[in-house]
Design a protein around this ligand. Structure first.
Ligand SMILES: [Zn+2]
Length: 263
């Protein structure tokens, strides 16, 4: 049976305003700072009334802090999804610049101009330990508030595609490639394809076909000798030619920073 709502159940808008004014007419004490509300005189329908307004900004501050906390948690989640190692959590482009890491100006420009639809990519090439990975993470960190980025090593991709089946048999290579393609920027560290393994070569070709097809932005990190090796395989040589067309090369010539404090 339908519920009957009587007219008397409804308040006229005048009554609603009256209730609001009545509530505002009560004096409160801020539970945070103990300040009393201050009285203000208003005129409603020609009648002067006293209402109380808060005398502090505790409420606003609290709301702001809550929002800030929410944003922090959201960013933390993004950091987690981006797979940023704890070791790199505090790295920024400015800090790396102060340490003398190469290509920082170009990295900052890349961040400033970043457009996930553009396919703009970076190929970082240099010897082990001269700041390539740190710079890649710093780029990701700078982009994370606005974009979704992920960092993964080539080895991790291979492991997930071919050896992780024991953990989750339902995950197929296609799904993993699809998962990767949801990110605006994909950083592949230690991009070293085992040139003796056809499976890895097939996977690399499939991955880069996808990236190319979707005009994805990526950062590849390599040691020069690995590139020489990969170029020996015609299919990988082709893949690297394509990377060369799409990616700006950042060359790292400095010696290793590892073990040099504040270098
Ligand atoms: Zn207060």
């Amino acid at each position: 049976m339908a519920t009957v709502i009587n007219n008397s159940d409804w308040q006229s808008s005048g009554q609603i305003i009256e209730n609001i004014i009545k509530e505002a007419g009560k004096k409160h004490i801020c539970p945070k700072c103990g300040k009393e509300d201050v009285p203000c005189e208003i005129t409603l329908n020609g009648v002067k009334r006293i209402v109380y307004a808060s005398n502090c900004d505790c409420y606003e501050k609290e709301q702001k802090a809550k929002e800030e906390q929410k944003r922090k948690e959201w960013l933390q989640e993004k950091f987690k999804n981006a797979n940023i190692g704890k070791r790199y959590i505090d790295i920024t482009l400015d800090k790396l610049e102060a340490m003398g890491t190469e290509n920082i100006a170009a990295a900052k420009k890349y961040v400033a101009d970043f457009n996930p639809e553009s396919g703009a990519s970076i190929h970082m090439i240099g010897e082990f330990g001269n700041g390539k990975t740190s710079e890649g993470y710093a780029i990701i960190k700078a982009l994370l508030p606005k974009f979704n980025c992920v960092s993964i090593t080539w080895n991790e991709i291979v492991t997930r595609c071919y050896y992780a089946k024991a953990f989750d048999a339902s995950e197929t290579i296609d799904q993993i490639l699809k998962w990767l393609s949801q990110f605006d920027l994909i950083m592949i560290d230690e991009f070293v394809i085992n040139i003796k393994d056809d499976k890895e070569i097939n996977l690399a070709t499939a991955l880069f076909d996808n990236l190319y097809k979707d005009n994805k932005c990526f950062i590849l990190i390599n040691n020069p000798c690995d590139i020489v090796d990969m170029k020996k395989v015609p299919r990988l040589g082709k893949l690297l030619d394509r990377v060369k067309d799409q990616a700006e090369i950042f060359t790292f010539k400095h010696e290793s920073y590892r073990g040099v404090k504040n270098a």
